[in-house]
Design a protein around this ligand. Structure first.
Ligand code: GDP
Length: 523
């Protein structure tokens, strides 16, 4: 028990939320550099010629220059075990991202200092807010022309409605960005660049009044800096850890991932401030404590064919309580049976290693021959009563037509595997040309590409004129009129499709006794 509690207190499971191009990949790599997981940084270039950062593992990612899949990376920092879950950055990937954010205990919100809060930041922030996730803000690219620090804080507060409290105050910006003053540690941190940001940036500590600093900045600049630091220290609210843990206040750091300025401070704050795994409130009002003496976890991601040579499928599991040991047998309540977890693995990009033990906050990959589904709970003893992953009603639909009829077997395998992965939702599976629904148009491209590339099944997608859908009960399905379009999901639950939000509303007005559900009714 003491071992379990100790291991839990060391764990930090977090994700980085950012608008594309804010520097998420760069920061990920720098966190790994400072965590000692890699020894030389500098692979991250502009997306179009990006070849190999550790979390990019799909050909499609490189071709399209977007992040498609979620990887979990583990590294150590100052006695802590850091689990970084990579959220896909593209705006169309909200469901996948949502699921990843269900599996973390805190998030880093990464902003571009010249842009502040951007559209995708808002979307991702809202998901974190729903879960009251504690968020640390890192304002990146301070080495480029940036907005004023006060303006950036104001932007976060106004647009996101969260109190933004600086922990440090930046010293200059653009080419003159030299470091920052730690408002709580009362020390000035000055950094030096290294070639290409490949190594840790040397850091010098001093007082704010250091004559060398005054000389470096010039008198006028130094006076203004001291004045701003005084205002930031006195006029802005002080950091309140409880508010941060409730998701009401975000501590703000300034830095530059490319030059490594501020990366170490960010890590230190993650270990000091961000929470270790916390209890989960169950549907019956009880709590599932991470240090409970039985293992539980849930599948938050499925990934097929991570490595083309292996041609396998991996279920990613977030450990929520107890100790996981290789070879243990666990219940899968959905299947009503026990399975032995013989070959759990951890991933570092393309590389994989076998895991012998894991603790709450850790992510393990389980290579599965089609056994698991998204949202599955794996546990010792009775299943805890919670639905970790709601599914969402898709907003784009198409009929899938196999264009090479000799590939029926591959086609069937491909569509079910990609549906289990959460890439698409399938409807009317028993028919020759099933339907798929996705959230965001781009998922169609991902689906079509992967079906052809990984399964060798070429398809044509015929878009359907539906924009929204709702799950209904089987009894209500009988009440629907003959002009209403009803399809059936993979579990046989009826789903009503509508051409527009307007149609949906008028259906509801005409059929007030039919209950429309955003998520499947029973899983
Ligand atoms: P992502 O889309 O959020 O993963 O962003 P990337 O990490 O790919 O970064 C986008 C671009 O911004 C790349 O060209 C990076 O080199 C650049 N970049 C990232 N961080 C910084 C930074 O701190 N300063 C500057 N000047 N450029 C950066």
């Amino acid at each position: 028990m003491a071992e379990l509690t100790d291991e839990i207190s060391k764990r930090r499971a977090f994700a980085i939320i950012a608008h594309p191009d804010a520097g998420k990949t760069t920061l990920t790599e720098k966190l790994l550099l400072y965590g000692g997981a890699i020894h030389l940084a500098g692979h991250v270039r502009a997306k179009k010629d990006r070849k190999s950062t550790k979390s990019d593992f799909m050909a499609l990612e490189q071709e399209r220059g977007i992040s498609v899949s979620t990887a979990a990376l583990q590294f150590n920092y100052e006695g802590h075990v850091m689990n970084l879950l990579d959220t896909p950055g593209h705006q169309d990937f909200s469901e996948d991202t949502y699921r990843t954010l269900m599996a973390v205990d805190s998030a880093i919100m990464l902003l571009d200092a010249s842009r502040g809060v951007e559209p995708q930041t808002i979307k991702l922030f809202k998901i974190c807010r729903e879960r009251n996730l504690p968020i640390i803000t890192f304002i990146n690219k301070m080495d480029m022309p940036a907005l004023e620090a006060f303006e950036l804080l104001d932007n976060v507060e106004k647009v996101l409605g969260i109190s933004a409290v600086p922990l440090v105050w930046p010293m200059g910006s653009g080419r003159d960005f030299k470091g920052y003053f730690d408002l709580y540690g009362k020390k000035l941190h000055r950094f030096e660049r290294t070639t290409g940001g490949a190594h840790r940036a040397p850091e010098a500590l001093s007082g704010i009044e250091d004559p060398q600093v005054r000389e470096l900045m010039g008198e006028a600049e130094h006076d203004k800096f001291c004045e701003d630091v005084a205002i930031a220290g006195e006029a802005l609210p002080a950091f309140d850890k409880e508010k941060f843990l409730r998701g009401e206040m975000t501590p703000v750091l300034f830095g530059s991932a490319v030059t490594n300025f501020g990366v170490e401070h960010l890590l230190a704050n993650l270990t000091d401030l961000a929470p270790a795994p916390r209890p989960i409130v169950l549907d019956n009002g009880e709590t599932l404590k991470p240090d409970e003496n039985r293992f539980t976890g849930f599948v938050f991601k499925m990934q097929a064919n991570m490595n083309k040579l292996h041609r396998d499928r991996v279920a990613f599991l977030r450990v929520t309580s107890g100790k996981f040991e290789r070879g243990m047998s666990v219940n899968v309540p959905r299947l009503g049976k026990e399975v032995k977890l013989a070959n759990p693995v951890a991933f570092f990009g393309q590389e994989r290693t076998t895991i012998d033990t894991a603790y709450p906050g850790d992510i393990i990959g389980i290579i599965s021959p089609g056994l698991y589904r998204l949202g599955d709970i794996l546990c010792e003893g009775n299943p805890p009563t919670f639905h970790p992953l709601p599914r969402f009603a898709p907003d784009v639909y198409a009929r899938i037509v196999l264009t090479d009829t000799g590939k029926t077997k591959q086609f069937r395998k491909g569509i079910t595997e990609l549906a289990d992965e959460g890439v698409v939702q399938l409807f009317n599976l028993t028919e020759q040309t099933p339907l798929i629904g996705v959230i965001g148009q781009l998922q169609f491209d991902v689906f079509k590409y992967r079906l052809e590339d990984e399964y060798g099944a070429p398809v044509r997608l015929e878009p359907l004129p539906f924009e929204c859908s709702r799950w209904i009960s089987k009894e209500d399905a009988e009440k629907a009129g003959r002009f209403d379009k009803i399809v059936y999901d993979e579990l046989g639950n009826p789903v009503l499709l509508f051409e527009s939000q307007f149609r949906l509303r008028s259906f509801q007005e005409q059929n007030p006794d039919v209950v429309l559900h955003m998520h499947p009714i029973v899983i």
